[in-house]
Design a protein around this ligand. Structure first.
Ligand code: NAP
Length: 282
C-alpha cells in the first residue's frame, strides 16, 4: 500500500470530528467502475470518500475500502440520504440499509442531500437523521444544498446543529455570502463540483495562474479551495488525474493576488440545480 507523501490537511468539525479537507467524489461513477476508482484513489493517498445513496454505488465504495489494506477507520466516508424519502419511517429504513451496507465501518458523516422545499418538509427527514445519529449510526451529521433560510429553520426547530453544509462552489460560483453564513454558525463548507465538472479549467485566468505557479489548471482551482478553507472531493476515473488532483495539497500557497484573481471569476453560474426549486427525487 502506497502511503500518502504529503499529509492531507484536516478541518475540525464543531462536534470535534476531524475531516480530511481533500477527498474523492463518486457521483456519476457507474457501479461497475466504482471499486477500481476508489481503490486507485486510496492507493494514491486519498483518505476521504464522498458518497450518497443516490449515487447507487455505496456497496462498491465499501468493498473498495474493505479491500484497500488501509484500516477502514482511517478512510473518512460520507453518505447522504436519497431524495426519494419524504417521510420519517422510510428515511429511517433507508438509513438502516446504508448502515448495514457499511458493515463494521462506521459512517463518518451523514448528510441530508437536498432540502427539496417544493416536495417535502425537510425537517421530517432531518429528524430521521438526528435520531439515527443519537443511536450511534454516524460520527457527525450535516446538510447539503441548504441556503441560509433553510439553515435558519433548522436552527429554530432542531436541537441538532449541522456540522457541514455541502454546496456547489467553484470559481464561477464562489458563494461568498453562504460561506460567510456557514462560518458564522460554525458550519464547515464543503464544495461540490469543485472544478465545475471541468468547465473552469479552460478559463484564461485559471490557465495564467497555472502557468505562473507551475501547477495544472485543476491543481490551481483545488488549491484555491483549500486556501479558502473549503473541503473538496474532485471526481475522476482516470488514474492519472486522480493523482494530479491530489497534488493540490502539496507545494507553495497561491499568492493573495492569485487568490483574488480566481475569486473575481464569480459569475453566479450553477452547473447543477438551485436548492430552492430543485425537485429531483431519485
Ligand atoms: N451534494 C450534492 O448535491 C452534490 C452534487 C454534485 C456533486 N457532489 C459531490 O462532489 C463531487 C465532485 O463533483 P462532480 O463529480 O460533480 O464534479 P468535479 O469533481 O467538479 O468534476 C469531475 C469531472 O472533471 C473531470 N476531471 C477531474 N479531474 C480533472 C483534471 N485534473 N483535469 C481535467 N478534467 C478533470 C472528470 O473527468 P475524468 O473522470 O475523465 O477525469 C469529471 O468529468 C461528486 O463526485 C460528489 O461526491 C455533490
Amino acid at each position: 500500500m502506497t502511503e500518502p507523501t504529503t499529509p492531507t490537511p484536516t478541518r475540525t468539525l464543531r462536534s470535534g470530528v476531524e475531516i480530511p479537507q481533500f477527498g474523492f467524489g463518486v457521483f456519476q461513477i457507474p457501479p461497475e467502475q466504482t471499486e477500481a476508482a476508489v481503490l486507485d484513489a486510496i492507493r494514491a493517498g486519498y483518505r476521504h470518500i464522498d458518497g450518497a445513496q443516490g449515487y447507487r454505488n455505496e456497496r462498491e465504495v465499501h468493498r473498495a475500502i474493505a479491500r484497500s489494506g488501509v484500516d477502514p477507520a482511517e478512510v473518512f466516508f460520507t453518505d447522504k440520504l436519497g431524495n426519494a424519502y419524504l417521510e420519517y419511517d422510510e428515511a429511517r429504513r433507508a438509513i438502516d440499509e446504508s448502515v448495514a451496507l457499511a458493515g463494521d465501518k462506521q459512517i463518518d458523516l451523514f448528510l441530508l442531500h437536498w432540502p427539496l422545499p417544493t416536495v417535502r418538509d425537510f425537517m421530517v427527514v432531518w429528524r430521521a437523521i438526528t435520531a439515527a445519529f443519537d443511536d450511534g449510526a454516524f460520527r457527525a451529521i450535516g446538510v447539503s444544498n441548504f441556503h441560509a433560510p433553510h439553515l435558519e429553520r433548522l436552527f429554530a426547530e432542531s436541537d441538532h446543529h449541522p456540522d457541514v453544509n455541502q454546496i456547489e462552489l467553484h470559481p464561477y460560483l464562489t458563494q461568498a455570502a453562504l460561506r460567510a453564513f456557514d462560518a458564522e454558525h460554525d458550519i464547515v463548507t464543503e464544495a461540490w463540483s469543485p472544478i465545475a465538472q471541468g468547465l473552469v479549467l479552460a478559463d484564461p485566468v485559471v490557465r495564467a495562474v497555472a502557468a505562473e505557479s507551475g501547477r495544472t489548471p485543476a491543481q490551481v482551482v483545488l488549491r484555491w479551495h483549500l486556501q479558502l478553507g473549503n473541503v473538496v472531493f474532485p471526481r475522476s476515473t482516470s488514474p492519472h488525474r486522480i493523482r494530479e488532483n491530489l497534488g493540490a495539497v502539496a507545494g507553495a500557497d497561491l499568492s493573495a493576488d492569485q487568490m483574488a484573481r480566481l475569486s473575481a471569476l464569480d459569475r453566479g453560474q450553477r452547473t447543477g440545480g438551485d436548492p430552492d426549486t430543485f425537485r429531483f427525487t431519485h
